[in-house]
Design a protein around this ligand. Structure first.
Ligand code: PMP
Length: 391
């Protein structure tokens, strides 16, 4: 069954991929694209993944928001102060400030300023990459499950998606992905650590894969959660330093706690950025206040360390409780945890929502799963109590 997005929005507001009310890539010029529901009324994400939603319920309206992998501790005080001070400059475009931010990021990542593009969240850069690279069709190879933002936009501009099932431990099957590349492949998308499963691909294996594959097609590595991986996997930015055709995306939304301020960036070959400049001017979409907030937060190592410590503590608490309760959660290298649940996804969402808690419920294969973001300790204690009472 296909339903028109506008009609869907009239009857229900729901969130996907951390974006309120619409699946990633379906806003703006994609507003009239159909959202595909399967016969059971679940949103079709991929051959493996269906998502439940509740009609008429806005998850973000729940007092306890554990559905979008936000960082409850942000924004850092440094960023808040920068925003307050920047408000008075909001009559100006942020040309100079964007250039300064790009320079800071280039120094941090050890690449030239011409290898960095900033954008209003990394989603925007994922989507722009899909638009530019897949403008003439072709296909994108990625794991399934994965984060769907880039893929949905690639499909919307005429590309097809080669979805390669994850391995049994939910890590990327790099061998199968490499085999799936053909003469029509325009891009390989790797989400590391991966959303929605939270797993990592080992640094060495991924480096080898990206080095080899990028000789044939560009590899996009989405590192939205990399700072939370605690060394279990490493960034692919060194490959950009080595002039490989790899595009690495990072965001201020997770470790920096600035999801609503909307800042992300990519590092890649300058030639790739030229291609993207056909569909975006990069940082021009970021507000003056957010550019300055990002500049301030970038050097706020104390905030990042504290965030990571608190998120890790709460995640450990949650996983210990899940284990005691017999839930087979997937070990997570992110700020969310996903685990199979014993009741149908819609019923589960309904019961959680009734308790004021927003989470996500998917079917992966034929089994229902809950994905819960790591909120504060108090929020996670309330989630655990709710879980005990409803299952
Ligand atoms: N990549 C992944 C894997 C994500 O989970 C998200 C947010 N949910 C993003 C990119 C986009 O984040 P943002 O646009 O806020 O930078």
């Amino acid at each position: 069954m296909k339903i028109n997005r506008r009609n869907l929005l009239k009857s229900s507001l729901f969130s996907l991929g951390g974006l309120l009310i619409a699946p990633p890539g379906r806003t703006g010029i994609f507003a009239d694209m159909a959202v595909t529901l399967d016969p059971a009324g679940r949103i079709f994400h991929s051959p493996l993944v269906r998502e439940y939603f509740l009609e008429g319920i806005t998850p973000a309206a729940s007092p306890i928001r554990l559905d979008s992998n936000e960082n409850p501790y942000g924004p850092p005080l440094s960023a808040r102060k920068a925003v307050a001070e920047a408000v008075a400059g909001g009559n100006r475009y942020a040309w100079q400030e964007i250039t300064t931010l790009i320079g800071q990021l280039a120094r941090k990542e050890g690449v030239g300023s011409d290898a960095i593009m900033v954008g209003p969240g990394s989603s925007d850069l994922l989507e722009r990459t899909a638009m530019a690279v897949c403008a003439h069709g072709g296909n994108v190879v990625s794991a399934d499950p994965t984060f769907m933002s880039l893929i949905r936009v690639a499909e919307s501009v005429g590309a097809t998606w080669k979805a390669i099932p994850c391995k049994s431990d939910w890590s990327h099957d790099l061998g199968a992905m490499e085999k799936a590349i053909d003469s029509n492949t325009r891009l390989v998308y790797v989400c590391n650590p991966s959303n929605p499963v939270g797993t990592v691909t080992p640094t060495g294996e991924l480096m080898d894969f990206c080095s080899r594959v990028s000789e044939k097609v560009p590899v996009f590595v989405d590192e939205a959660y990399i700072e939370l991986a605690d060394g279990a996997t490493g960034s692919m930015i060194p490959l950009v330093q080595q002039q490989k055709n790899v595009i690495v995306a990072r965001t201020f939304s997770k470790i920096m706690g600035m999801a609503g301020l909307r800042v992300g960036y990519i590092a890649s070959l300058p030639a790739t950025l030229h291609l993207l400049q056909k569909v975006t001017r990069g940082g021009f979409g970021i507000s003056y206040t957010s550019v300055l907030a990002a500049s301030a937060a970038l050097t706020d190592q104390e905030f990042q360390d504290t965030s990571k410590k608190l998120i890790t503590e709460v995640k450990t608490y949650l996983c210990d409780r899940l284990q005691e309760m017999g839930y087979a959660y997937i070990p997570s290298y992110t700020n969310f945890v996903i685990f199979p649940i014993p009741i149908a996804g819609k019923e589960f969402l309904g019961k959680m929502t009734a308790k004021g808690i927003a989470v996500r419920a998917f079917d992966i294969g034929n089994n229902p799963w809950c994905r819960v973001s790591i909120g504060t300790m108090d929020e996670i204690k309330q989630f655990v109590a709710a879980l005990k009472s409803i299952t």
